[in-house]
Design a protein around this ligand. Structure first.
Ligand SMILES: [Zn+2]
Length: 184
């Protein structure tokens, strides 16, 4: 009986990595050497960075004067996660009108604002959105599901921190707002 129990435990340990590998998106290409999976108050489970903030060799961006060798500039952080992964409010925010963001963020772009803290957070590629402009959302609330809307490179979320009401040029590194923490 004891042997059977340890066999069952062993089987479940062996099965765990295989189960997560089965969820990997074949379209993902990781433009970073960082293989760490991060947790965040903004999404469920732990996930890897697909494209970091700043100059990138990823082919989806036009050459930028800030970057060498014709590289483009990525204004947010892309985090690879299976389609359907719940997004939770990592901070309180108000949902504002996302029009004017353009098609790169997918069919359901989100623009979240905390004017007191001085940020807008633009979220791209959601497959489902449970909030609408005007909503005030409390920390911890599930407000969208990850997707690949408008994304050529598989299921992920694009998180972009801007000044309140700011244009793309106001984008800053979202590392503190996302509070990414290496999972152990
Ligand atoms: Zn992105």
């Amino acid at each position: 009986m004891r042997h059977l129990l340890s066999l069952v435990l062993l089987a479940s340990v062996l099965a765990a990595p295989r189960a997560s590998a089965a969820e990997d998106d074949p379209r993902w290409v990781f433009y970073t050497r960082d293989t760490t999976a991060y947790t965040s108050p903004w999404f469920a489970q732990a996930h890897r960075i697909l494209i970091p903030f700043g100059c990138t060799p990823a082919p989806y961006y036009s050459p930028d004067s800030r970057c060498r060798d014709g590289r483009g500039f990525h204004h947010g952080i892309d985090i690879a996660m299976p389609c359907g992964t719940p997004l939770t409010a990592g901070r309180r925010f108000r949902v504002v009108d996302p029009s004017g963001l353009g098609p790169a963020y997918g069919a359901r772009p989100l623009r979240l604002r905390n004017a007191a803290r001085g940020w807008d957070l633009v979220v791209g590629h959601a497959q489902e959105v449970m909030v609408q402009p005007g909503d005030r959302v409390r920390k911890g609330t599930v407000f969208a599901l990850a997707g690949d809307s408008g994304a050529p490179d598989g299921c992920h979320l694009h998180f972009e921190k801007r000044a309140v009401g700011g244009e793309l040029s106001s984008a800053r590194h979202p590392r503190r707002l996302l509070a990414l923490t290496p999972s152990s």
